[in-house]
Design a binder for this molecule. Structure first.
Ligand code: AMP
Length: 366
């Protein structure tokens, strides 16, 4: 008889528990069943909000779902780690996949949403929707003909939005936005949502999805929600689990740099060199500090870019005019730590995986 490991036993117990408690939403694995459900909702004049995710859910995702539930009667959450948005040498294989705990979080959130519907409905206030379905397709469902490719010149049916997709994140990750816009087009075609919800944390993604919806006349409304942060300000991200204590603390460098630039802007600076100069100064001094430490104490990083760009074209701007707005954004690669200390609190993968952190602040006149 095969003996179960501790982890397998725990999974089996969770699975058994789930079998006895009926989920409060449906899990769809293929397109026809979801389309049937969507048609029923359409007939009863219900509204649908879609929140696309790659799972490993955190409060950032949950805040999008809460917003979608406040504005629609039925919310669909997609959980799909989309291979075409990962470059050939990127972290597709190691991307965190936490299906069981994702479902638990969604169940808990749905209980919260449903209790609101009842209590607010009782006093006649506006009703809140809840999660109606999770769409968790297989690769074959999402890419039914040619297998998904991460090669730049690979064959397949792709949606490309240029030049937006070639800038900022796209300069370092050339297939990334092609993958995102392709998978989102598929999701929008399958779910036919009235509204779709994206987080400002991935600001370039928001700009590109808005452009795609406009250019392809996609019949949905794009809603952008604020970045949810940890108590110290670090933007929540599924990839933060790879940061042990040491890299986690230094990972704040990007936000500190962006906030210095924001402060310069609010002190009246409008020139690119002054605003970005303030950010680069902070990043440089933190890097110097780290370089001067022992290998067993430091966390090194590389700044990929810190940008000041036009909110629609993503072109770099030289000067922010009187009523002008700009996106201040950046990306930092936290390098693997060089030498762990005995008993050190390490992240998933023992801090050996490089982690790309992104963040942004929208500059607009106060
Ligand atoms: P992902 O699972 O990383 O593809 O993210 C799915 C959605 O959640 C995207 O629209 C992200 O912008 C959004 N999201 C991720 N992190 C955050 C965050 N910290 N705050 C708000 N939204 C977020």
């Amino acid at each position: 008889m095969k003996l179960l490991t501790l982890a397998e036993t725990a999974r089996a117990l969770v699975g058994a528990k789930r079998l006895h408690t009926k989920p409060s939403f449906e899990v769809f694995r293929d397109v026809p069943s979801l389309r049937d459900r969507r048609r029923q909702l359409q007939k009863s004049m219900r509204t649908v909000g879609l929140v696309p995710t790659m799972g490993a859910l955190h409060e950032g995702h949950l805040s999008l779902i809460r917003r979608a539930a406040a504005e629609n009667s039925d919310v669909f959450v997609s959980i799909y780690v989309n291979p075409t948005q990962f470059g050939v040498n990127e972290d597709l294989a190691s991307y965190p996949r936490t299906w069981e705990s994702d479902l638990e979080k969604l169940e808990k959130l749905n209980a919260e949403l449903k209790s609101k519907t009842v209590s607010e409905g009782d006093d006649g206030a506006s009703a809140t929707g809840c999660i109606a379905g999770i769409f968790a397709p297989t690769g074959k469902v999402m890419y039914p003909t040619l297998p998904p490719t991460s090669e730049i010149d690979g064959s397949g049916s792709f949606v490309t939005i240029t030049p937006l997709a070639t800038k900022l994140e796209g300069a370092s990750r050339p297939v990334f936005f092609r993958g995102v816009t392709t998978v989102c087009t598929k999701l929008f075609n399958i779910v036919k949502p009235d509204r779709v919800y994206f987080g400002q944390k991935d600001v370039q993604q928001c700009v590109i999805i808005q452009r795609m919806v406009q250019d392809f006349h996609i019949d949905t409304e794009v809603r952008i929600e604020p970045t949810i942060r940890e108590a110290d300000g670090l933007a929540m991200s599924s990839r933060n689990v790879y940061l042990g204590q040491r890299r986690r603390a230094i990972g704040l460098v990007l936000l500190r740099a962006l906030r210095a630039a924001e402060a310069a802007f609010h002190q009246g600076k409008s020139e690119r060199r002054d605003i970005l100069g303030a950010a680069n100064k902070v990043a440089q001094s933190i890097l110097e500090e780290q370089r001067n430490l022992e290998r067993s104490q430091r966390a090194l990083f590389e700044v990929d870019y810190i940008s000041l760009a036009d909110p629609e074209t993503l072109e770099e701007v030289e000067c922010i005019g009187g009523k002008g707005r700009a996106i201040l954004s950046g990306a930092v690669k936290m390098l693997p730590i060089e030498e762990a200390q005995p008993g050190e609190n390490l992240g998933l993968g023992d801090d050996k995986i490089a982690v790309r952190l992104i963040d942004n602040i929208i500059l607009s006149p106060k």
